[in-house]
Design a protein around this ligand. Structure first.
Ligand SMILES: *[C@@H]1O[C@H](CO)[C@@H](O)[C@H](O)[C@H]1NC(C)=O
Ligand SMILES: *[C@@H]1O[C@H](CO)[C@@H](O)[C@H](O)[C@H]1NC(C)=O
Ligand SMILES: *[C@@H]1O[C@H](CO)[C@@H](O)[C@H](O)[C@H]1NC(C)=O
Ligand SMILES: *[C@@H]1O[C@H](CO)[C@@H](O)[C@H](O)[C@H]1NC(C)=O
Length: 328
């Protein structure tokens, strides 16, 4: 779910019209720029390397082939009773979970009763979409994660009440699995608390946008149910008050690459003694849009592009970051 700054469109135009200095530590390339500045919210990468893209300002799931010379967005499916899409994740091979809602972009909340979790099935030639479950009491389901080892389960962040839902994609049930004060926004709407969330090696990592924190919490799965198995550990927080964390990607070495509004990618790394460090991997934390215009989410390439990180932005860009282009 986005942070929409009122100056965003202006800055987006400025970014296009200036030749700004290269600030990236890692080399970056604009793979795509939406001609209308369509706000790109979230991303999943198919085994072929093609991208699936959600926008909070469109009910249509789009695809894009980043290997194509002049890549364009192609429509996959338009979801009924919705105006925008938030999280998307592949939970079984070529089966994707996705969130649709009727979203008010000013309050950044969904209409009660409009939040729906869908399965999009790419295993046959024509993709098929099926609604799995609604979450009628939620006003914003934002990011999604798989639960490794539990192929029917996904987790979903509620950025309003500060909770993690567990959704069983096979049985079509949803329940709150974790609710914690570190997940709540510290301010009323349009503020967002927990945003991106991803599970790795028994921990749920999550960003809290309004609080500016990046954290993790140990998880357990007992009789098919996800449980919080320890206290939340805050790993770090934004270095500047203008910064806001959105969604992120975890790599195979345990680093987290966090899309950071208004214009940066923040790299979190764990040290041998258990502490975590952070650095700006690309872009500018203070909002020079030379590389990114409101980065929203990130996902690693597949099909031979495993070191390429694709970052979506609110300015309608897909920026590839070559994470192999410097030492991490
Ligand atoms: C891509 O766009 C460029 C510039 O507009 C054009 O010269 C080129 O022919 C295009 N390539 C393809 C494969 O469409
Ligand atoms: C859209 O919502 C209306 C009202 O809740 C419902 O009657 C209808 O079945 C929904 N349409 C689809 C395709 O889900
Ligand atoms: C969004 O919410 C604001 C504030 O409550 C309201 O003024 C506006 O009409 C809403 N927009 C839509 C499209 O419903
Ligand atoms: C962990 O290691 C880093 C780098 O060597 C050091 O700066 C930091 O002080 C250490 N932290 C603790 C708690 O030992």
């Amino acid at each position: 779910m986005p942070t929409i700054h009122t100056t965003m469109i202006l800055n987006f135009l400025l970014a296009l019209s200036t030749t700004a200095p290269v600030l990236a530590t890692f080399s970056t390339r604009v793979v795509y720029q939406s001609p209308t500045g369509l706000f790109l919210e979230n991303i999943a990468v198919r085994p072929s390397g093609k991208l699936l893209l959600n926008s909070v300002a469109s009910p249509t799931l789009h695809t894009l082939d980043p290997a194509a010379p002049n890549a364009t967005l192609e429509e996959v499916y338009t979801f009924p009773n919705s105006t925008g899409l938030t999280g998307i994740v592949e939970y079984q091979p070529e089966l994707y979970a996705l969130v649709s809602s009727v979203i008010n972009l000013t309050t950044r909340r969904a209409a009660l009763g409009s939040v729906a979790i869908w399965r999009v099935d790419f295993t046959s030639k024509t993709p098929a979409a099926t609604q799995i479950v609604g979450i009628p009491e939620s006003t914003v389901i934002n990011g999604l994660s798989v639960v490794p080892g539990n192929p029917d389960l996904i987790l979903a962040s509620d950025s309003n009440i500060g909770a993690v839902y567990e959704i069983n994609m096979r049985t079509g049930t949803a329940r709150i699995a974790i609710q914690d004060s570190t997940m709540t926004p510290g301010a009323p709407e349009p503020a967002h608390g927990i945003n991106g969330l991803h599970v790795r090696n028994g921990f749920l990592y999550f960003a809290n946008t309004q609080r500016g924190t990046f954290s993790r919490v140990p998880l357990a799965v007992q009789r098919g149910a996800v449980l919080q198995a320890g206290a939340v550990q805050v790993l770090g927080s934004v270095q500047d008050a203008v910064e806001e964390y959105d969604d992120f990607a975890l790599d195979g070495e345990g680093h987290a690459w966090v899309a950071t509004h208004p214009g940066a990618l923040t790299l979190y790394s764990s040290l041998a003694n258990g502490t975590w460090t952070q650095e700006t991997a690309a872009g500018d934390p203070e909002g020079n849009y030379a590389v990114f215009t409101e980065p929203t989410s990130a996902a690693f390439g597949r099909g031979g592009c495993e070191k390429i990180l694709y970052v979506t932005t609110g300015g309608g860009q897909i920026v590839s970051v070559d994470t192999g282009s410097a030492d991490v």
